[in-house]
Write a protein that binds this ligand. Sequence first.
Ligand SMILES: Nc1ncnc2c1ncn2[C@@H]1O[C@H](COP(=O)(O)OP(=O)(O)OP(=O)(O)O)[C@@H](O)[C@H]1O
Ligand SMILES: [Mg+2]
Length: 295
Amino acid sequence: MLVMNQVSKKFGNFTALKDVTLEFDNGIYGLLAPNGAGKTTMIKMLVTLLFPTNGEILYDGTDITTLDEEYRNVLGYLPQEFGYYKNYTPEKYLMYLAALKGMEKNTAKQKITELLKLVGLENVTNKKLKKFSGGMIQRVGIAQAMLNDPKILILDEPTSGLDPKERARFRKLLNVLAQDRIIILSTHIVSDVESIANQIIMIKDKKVLYKDSITNICEILEGKIYETEVEIANAESFRAKYFSIGERQERDQMTFRFITEEKAIDPAWRNVRPSLEDVFLYIYQDDATLAGSTV
Ligand SMILES: Nc1ncnc2c1ncn2[C@@H]1O[C@H](COP(=O)(O)OP(=O)(O)OP(=O)(O)O)[C@@H](O)[C@H]1O
Ligand SMILES: [Mg+2]
């Protein structure tokens, strides 16, 4: 079990994370928050590239800095931006990384063949990485993080730049890997975690706001999400009155998805089930970096 205990991180006078307490057991955790919320900072502390200003991180009860090499041996990490040699084939690149990790050559070769198969790159082992699509590169990244068969796999924004098909493939792969492992992945894209993560962690104002199942997180908006049709001419005033979280135009009407705490409900409004996307938009409504969405 991996535990963060009252962890804070400051960069000079700037506080990036405050009093983060989290427990990770086997399963997939989605770290979901907008840009700049502190996801990478948290991940870098979990992989010992950064150290908490306050608090501690424990693996099976021992501080990870004390465990040092022993901890890194059970860790697999895919950085948000990972460097690779464009002229290498995936096989050569992985052999090179395996050598850096001190793996014996034959063991490495066997492991790499196995991993390239697992991530579905067994037919392109001799193709240069510069010819790979974003999704293929990402799979090479996952393969390198899996070289040491880690008990803890940490992926920082692994789905950015993937097309829908590649995303679906990635989800399947993670489900295979999740057996008997802690997987933590960060993203600012709701749809990337809602179908794969068992638990969602949301950071707001430097702190952990939620760590729960999607069903439980969505409950906070239960009975508050509605959809209704509005004449285009009245759209502006509707927007001014209600918190719109999605809009769709059809001919001369708009369908609004919106949040209201009102008790006096218009009979034309349809109460709908809250989604994680609704919660995300609601929680981060003051966040300047968020763009609008569609119903
Ligand atoms: N080395 C550093 N020195 C100073 N400030 C930093 C440093 N690293 C991160 N920060 C700041 O800490 C905050 C959190 O950054 P972080 O990279 O953890 O966010 P993030 O959630 O990963 O964002 P993104 O989605 O853009 O990757 C940001 O305001 C960032 O500017
Ligand atoms: Mg980041």
